[in-house]
Design a protein around this ligand. Structure first.
Ligand SMILES: Cc1cc2nc3c(=O)[nH]c(=O)nc-3n(C[C@H](O)[C@H](O)[C@H](O)COP(=O)(O)O)c2cc1C
Length: 183
């Protein structure tokens, strides 16, 4: 968008059938939109039907569109679910396959979930941020499969997370704005 505000993508990290990530992403977007401080949009990796990195010649429309989408964003909020103590293969592939420069010198926050709040997956993602020159902010809501989901599947987030979501968004916006001068 060209209304002078930053463009922040809320990236859904899982593509699993029956995934809960869209519900988590919409919840974050609802909180974010009330702030009115940036253009927030849900970015669903699944829409791009990305092949596994390196298995094609890289010219598929989905790969090109994915790189263009990432390039169009000033900052990111990653919706991160814990799979075997790490991020999903789908998210790792999406990080690997976009043009590297599309990620560089941008800020990102993480909203994670899992049995331990998705903290182990989030820490793996922070390591990847370093290589992609993404500045990861400190604010980090960690949602528990035990208390923020009914039967580990129906998303019912506690209000206790609202302050942390807003803190994370404050930090993503501040750093996304500052890092524009480097690009
Ligand atoms: C293959 C697989 C591995 C998982 N491994 C973990 C894990 O190591 N730690 C954890 O807390 N939850 C783990 N989970 C539970 C997921 O975090 C939970 O199912 C979550 O809802 C997945 O996100 P999604 O529904 O958006 O795909 C795993 C789930 C799957 C399908």
């Amino acid at each position: 968008m060209t209304n002078g505000k930053l463009n922040i993508g809320i990236i859904l990290g899982s593509t699993r059938q029956g995934r809960v990530s869209p519900h988590v992403g919409e919840w974050v977007k609802g909180i974010a939109d009330k702030r009115g401080d940036a253009n927030y949009e849900i970015v669903d990796i699944d829409d791009f039907k990305l092949p596994f990195f390196g298995t094609t010649d890289g010219t598929e429309p989905g790969i090109v569109a994915w790189s263009e989408k990432v390039a169009s964003l000033d900052g990111f909020v990653f919706i991160v679910q814990e799979y075997n103590h790490s991020i999903t293969g789908a998210l790792k592939n999406a990080l690997d396959i976009a043009t590297r420069e599309a990620w560089n010198n941008k800020a990102a926050g993480i909203v994670s979930y899992g049995g331990a709040g998705g903290a182990r997956a989030a820490e793996h993602l922070r390591g990847i941020f370093g290589e992609l020159q993404i500045a990861g902010v400190k604010g980090h809501p960690t949602l528990s499969l035990f208390t923020d989901f009914e039967n580990f599947s129906t998303f019912k987030p506690g209000d206790v997370h609202l302050d942390t979501v807003n803190l994370m968004l404050d930090q993503v916006n501040a750093w996304s704005g500052a890092l524009k001068s480097l690009r």
